[in-house]
Write a protein that binds this ligand. Structure first.
Ligand SMILES: Cc1cc2nc3c(=O)[nH]c(=O)nc-3n(C[C@H](O)[C@H](O)[C@H](O)COP(=O)(O)OP(=O)(O)OC[C@H]3O[C@@H](n4cnc5c(N)ncnc54)[C@H](O)[C@@H]3O)c2cc1C
Length: 286
């Protein structure tokens, strides 16, 4: 099937993009970034935007830089840009590990980091990382100016975020992790490159051999990615070992309300989540 007819706009600047969104958002105007989620849904006519605002010509959005202890990822940055370590510390290692799980190479070379965040598929790897690291999303609109939205308020449900229709997600900010941060990531999908059934991101630091600054986040398991605060608390002050990891995985499984669909039952997802949390923590401690 071919997409329904639409008007195509190709702004060259952020200001032009915001003007177009102000004019057309109410008439179902949508941002086109890498097109790796939007175009297939248009081809199936599940989405029929009347205006497409293509940001691929906006060079101002193509930046990936470190400033004041944060990695700034502009809306023009493709997934594949994260394959090269962004720093020589744990954040670079984590992003370099995670990016390999985002679809296949052609998708990674076209799709954007911010597009994934804006699209908010529950099984998006970047959304899970953003939740784990308390990312900040920078949204701009002509009428509302600039808003910085913390990850805990941003992800609201299946493909539902705090972004307003007339807002452009211009940037996502991730904290540069201290050098001694232990990081781990694990996901399960049926075939390489498929969307994951569930995934877990874990990080911590050690103080006198005991875990501190714990972060555990899940993706793919529930409607939106989130940190598992209760499970994190069970690990603080304990040494990293398999008994502690299993206790945390148990706390996660008790706390979640898993997605349940024709391919994956809630019970099966729970058992996958248990394994992914243990594996992410084991990888962090390796
Ligand atoms: C076969 C296949 C397998 C895939 N596997 C995975 C996978 O394993 N993991 C995964 O995470 N993803 C996967 N994807 C999706 C891919 O990562 C997409 O690139 C991503 O979800 C969306 O990014 P995009 O830049 O392509 O956005 P687009 O498709 O252009 O846009 C997606 C949505 O976000 C909105 N949007 C995009 N950018 C902005 C912005 N800056 N501001 C406001 N709104 C914006 C658009 O209007 C649209 O509604 C897969 C895709 C395919 C086709």
């Amino acid at each position: 099937m071919k997409p329904a007819p639409f008007h195509y706009h190709a702004p060259k600047t952020i200001a032009e993009t915001l003007d177009l969104l102000a004019e057309f958002a109410d008439e179902d105007g949508r941002v086109l970034a890498g097109g790796q989620s939007l175009v297939p849904t248009m081809a199936f006519r599940l989405a029929r935007p009347r205006h497409l605002i293509d940001i691929n010509g906006v060079s101002e959005l193509r930046y990936l830089e470190i400033q004041d202890g944060k990695l700034l990822i502009g809306a023009g940055v493709r997934h594949a840009a994260l394959e090269k370590p962004v720093d020589n510390g744990p954040l670079g290692r984590l992003l370099g590990e995670v990016v390999r799980h985002v679809g296949h190479y052609p998708i990674r070379s076209r799709g954007t980091f911010c597009g994934s965040i804006a699209h908010a598929d529950p099984a998006s790897e970047w959304c899970a990382v953003a939740a784990a690291l308390d990312a900040e999303m920078v949204a701009e609109s002509k009428r509302g100016g600039l808003r910085v939205i913390p990850a805990r308020d941003f992800f609201q449900g299946i493909m539902t975020t705090a972004l307003r229709e007339n807002e452009l997600l211009t940037e996502v900010r991730l904290p540069i992790l201290p050098k001694d941060t232990h990081v781990g990531f694990a996901e399960f999908s049926r075939r390489a490159g498929d969307y994951a059934v569930a995934m877990a991101v874990a990080s911590y630091r050690l103080k006198s051999g005991m875990m501190t600054e714990m972060r555990i986040a899940l993706g793919g398991a529930e409607a939106a990615p989130r940190r598992m605060n209760e499970a994190e608390r069970t690990l603080i002050g304990r040494p990293p070992n398999s008994g502690a990891f299993q206790a945390a995985a148990h706390a996660v499984v008790k706390a979640i309300d898993p997605l349940d669909d024709a391919n994956t039952s809630a019970d099966y997802r729970r058992s996958i989540v248990r394994s992914m949390v243990c594996r992410a923590l084991e990888q962090a401690s390796a």
